[in-house]
Design a protein around this ligand. Structure first.
Ligand SMILES: [Zn+2]
Length: 405
């Protein structure tokens, strides 16, 4: 019996409430330019620090030591789904994230409008980051391609220069083992789609025809006279949070990708205003309706990727100021952590372990009095992999029975 099976055999239902507050990319490293502190250390966070004194802390490896995860695997781990065994393609996340109901026989691709020169080389992979309104207009032109070789083609605009293409085929099997057409660098031609098995080879031919027809429709639409495809994928078969943990769960997240993951795991998507206060107020408004709440704050990751230390600090301080809203109706278990680190000095995600604060009546206390990476190094939970967090949350919520006699 493995860990997930033990959880499944011991889990039970009760009236407890669990809140998992994810500050995306929160983990960081000390920065010599900022008094040798991390953004969490540098920020003024009286509420988080008070909570840390009443909690147990630790640090989590999102996957395994040294492995830098994307936000997808980072979140799967947090929800107790082994991020190595379960992978969700980006196309699927984008499709579900814009509330598109993906079928088992669909294949979705994440697409970017791009600029191509007369020699067929990509000069801008994001078409100068055209606004959403223009993307909607361009998608309307592409929508004249309804079907190729019996495969239905559905086009949905996303944010900025992004859109999603869904290939739907009820009759003939289509596969998703197909490469990205994005060459990843400018100055190169888009790659030709190639399938690795017969159903994928069939779809790759459809995709290549779609691209040809699409480029024809866009030829006068400079700077968006081409598009690139990434993360071609079909919907994975993953048990829901209800089936796995007997939890009625809900997500409060603004960005498509996180809404996508949550929806795939059977979480109800709740209203998610742009402000942090707004996110926390949604929890208060719905707290009686669900057992588990996933609240996602994106600002910390964006600041980390932009290398903007001040903005990461400011986002952390906003979370701190708004924290009393959640505490007004304190859940039985509250965990505050991230899906991975995004150190400002690296302008990217990283492998560094994430700080974790776990608050519940039964969590116990450690000597940690502040919530930041270096304090959490001495936390009572030590270092462990994110995929074990759900077990701790359920245990603290008294939702796990004894294992064995
Ligand atoms: Zn992330």
């Amino acid at each position: 019996m493995n860990y997930e099976q033990i959880i499944q055999s011991t889990v039970k239902s009760n009236n407890s409430k669990i809140v998992l507050l994810v500050l995306d990319g929160i983990g960081d490293i000390r920065n010599i330019k900022f008094k040798n502190k991390t953004p969490l250390e540098y920020a003024h966070t009286p509420n988080l620090d008070k909570l840390a004194k009443e909690s147990v802390t630790g640090r989590m490896h999102p996957i395994l030591p040294g492995i830098t995860p994307g936000s997808g695997p980072g979140h799967l781990g947090l929800f107790g789904y082994d991020p190595i065994d379960n992978s969700i393609g980006r196309g699927v996340l984008e499709a579900i994230g814009i509330d598109f109901e993906l079928k088992s026989y669909d294949v979705a691709a994440r697409c970017n409008f791009a600029t191509m020169n007369d020699n067929g080389l990509i000069t801008d992979r994001r078409a100068g980051r055209i606004p959403t309104e223009m993307t909607i207009e361009l998608c309307n032109s592409l929508k004249s391609i309804h079907e190729i070789d019996g495969v239905e083609i559905i086009i949905k605009p996303g944010k900025g220069h992004r859109f999603v293409t869904i290939f739907r085929s009820k009759e003939k099997e289509i596969g998703s083992m197909i490469n990205d057409t994005d060459p990843l660098v400018e100055g190169k031609a888009p790659l030709v789609a190639t399938g690795k098995n017969p159903p994928s080879q069939f779809l790759s031919k459809v995709i290549n025809q779609f691209i040809k027809k699409g480029y024809d429709l866009l030829k006068d639409k400079h700077p968006a006279n081409a598009f690139l495809m990434r993360g071609i994928a079909s919907k994975p078969k993953i048990p829901s949070m209800r089936d796995k943990y007997l939890l009625e769960s809900a997500a409060i997240a603004t960005y498509p990708m996180y809404r996508g993951i949550a929806s795939l795991l059977g979480m109800t998507l709740l209203p998610a205003p742009d402000s942090i206060e707004g996110l926390f107020e949604t929890y208060i408004n719905y707290h009686h309706k669900y057992d588990f709440f996933f609240i996602h704050v994106k600002g910390t990751d964006q600041a980390g990727e932009d290398g903007d230390f001040d903005s990461k600090v400011s986002c952390i301080e906003k979370v701190d100021q708004a924290l009393p809203i959640i505490l007004e109706n304190k859940p039985n278990v509250l965990a505050i952590t991230g899906d991975h680190s995004s150190p400002c000095a690296m302008h990217s995600h990283s492998w560094h372990p994430i700080p974790l604060l776990l608050h519940s009546q039964f969590a116990g206390l450690d000597d940690v009095k502040k919530f930041h990476e270096n304090a959490c190094n001495n936390g009572g939970l030590g270092f462990f992999e994110s995929k074990y967090l759900m077990g701790l949350l359920l245990a603290n919520a008294k939702r796990l029975d004894k294992f064995g006699a």
